[in-house]
Design a protein around this ligand. Structure first.
Ligand code: ZN
Length: 416
């Protein structure tokens, strides 16, 4: 079967309808970007939308201890007891500040549309299927990405989550209470995780690989999430007057920092990685004052752990040459998705490309928790993500729905 065989006119129509319904929620009329942050009014609207889509299809809506929403087709507990744990598919509905329309919602809308396509074919799954909306994936409000799946699987403690604060000093516990939830309920939810025998997340591509002329495919399957980390770079100097201090007398913290920025770019190029310094704090921070201290954050990622480590080593060498210091804030090694599952999906979909990704996802958190997990990526011709420029053609979105439908047909077994 090719992926297109799984497309149905009904699913196309429901996809378009859901996309239209979501389009205005949290949209900034000026930039065209989205402001959809966890446990805000916009998030509430999105959660209501999810619940109504579940109800419209007669799916059983459950909300776990963290607030992630699950819409089940079939009884997950009965199936689990019978040794046939369910299949979950979906993504998230929140956004980064001024985010695009596709990162997250494409996976949720495609999941509902795939359920519609399966039903239109008269498919009766052997394993129950859930559509899931993970809460707070982007971490835009409280600073920790994938908070919903992290707390769910125990990768982040409830205490830490409750104490995270947003830019206004509102804690997650307070935000939960304001949204009508009991913050004490927050915690790992093994019963809900156990129900998920397999997780498949469909996501817009966050790069241009599928658009390369030699690739030119609408859908890929994920192999792994690249190793990635964050490091704080400090360089020190002496504050002084920008007009009266002779160049020879200066101790300018910015020079060492600037050398580190250039070194990061060079190291990333020579080791085949990516490196970004997108946030800098300068002390004292005056236009007419020599910098006494610069702190910048290096984000480095690549397909190979040792290569990423070499990038950081090269940058550290330069920072230390200038008497500065590098501190590791976080490090996550390679997160492989289930290789057998990825192979099975790639084969079922006619040998589609297999791609690693430099972006984190709930799928990575579930994979790390031991859930067999796969990802599908839908071509994004702009290659841009986390921006209003993020895009996928409706043809490619429907190719994604068709691919996901084929995958669910294969994984859920049963009759069609
Ligand atoms: Zn996402």
């Amino acid at each position: 079967m090719t992926s297109n065989d799984a497309t149905t006119a009904g699913a196309e129509a429901t996809f378009a309808g859901m996309w239209r319904d979501l389009a205005p929620v949290g949209r900034d009329g000026r930039s065209g970007g989205y402001q959809r942050f966890a446990w805000t009014r916009e998030d509430h609207t999105l959660r209501e939308w999810f619940a109504s889509e579940a109800e419209r299809r007669g799916l059983d809506l459950t909300v776990d201890r963290v607030g992630n929403q699950w819409a089940w087709w079939g009884d997950p507990d009965a199936a689990l007891a019978a040794g046939r744990p369910g299949i979950a598919t979906g993504s998230h509905l929140d956004s980064v500040p001024d985010g695009g329309a596709f990162d997250g919602p494409l996976g949720v809308v495609s999941a509902f549309a795939s359920v519609d396509a399966l039903r239109e074919r008269g498919f009766e799954p052997d394993r129950p299927i859930a559509v899931v909306n993970f809460v707070d994936e982007e971490g835009a409000r409280f600073g920790v990405a994938c908070a919903g799946s992290r707390v769910l699987t125990g990768a982040m403690t409830a205490d830490r989550a409750r104490s995270l604060t947003d830019a206004d000093g509102v804690s997650m516990a307070e935000a939960l209470r304001a949204a009508g939830r009991d913050p004490e309920e927050l915690g790992p939810d093994a019963d809900n995780v156990r129900r998920v025998g397999t997780f498949v997340e469909l996501h817009v591509e966050q790069g241009r690989h599928l658009s390369l002329p030699e690739v030119d495919q609408p859908v890929a399957v994920g192999s792994d999430i690249w190793p990635h980390g964050r490091w704080r770079l400090h360089t020190l100097g002496e504050a002084n007057h920008a007009g009266t201090t002779r160049l020879a007398d200066r101790d300018d913290a910015m020079l060492g920092f600037a050398a580190a920025v250039i070194a990061a770019r060079r190291a990333a190029e020579s080791h085949g990685c990516v490196a970004t310094i997108g946030k800098v704090v300068v002390t004292p921070g005056g236009v007419n004052a020599i910098a006494s201290e610069v702190t910048g954050w290096l984000d480095a990622r690549g397909s190979d752990e040792s290569a990423v480590r070499r990038v950081v080593a090269d940058v550290t060498e330069v920072v230390e040459e200038f008497g500065g210091l590098v501190v590791e804030d976080s490090w996550t090694g390679t997160t492989p998705f289930d290789p057998g599952l990825a192979r099975r999906i790639a084969t079922r979909l006619g040998g589609i490309p297999v791609l690693g990704t430099g972006a984190g996802h709930d799928a990575g958190i579930l994979a790390n928790a031991g859930v067999p997990t796969a990802m599908l990526f839908v071509r994004n011709p702009t290659g841009i993500s986390h921006s209003p420029e993020e895009f996928a053609t409706s043809e490619d979105c429907l190719a994604g729905v068709a691919a996901l439908t084929t995958v669910l047909l294969d994984l859920a077994g049963g009759a069609s």
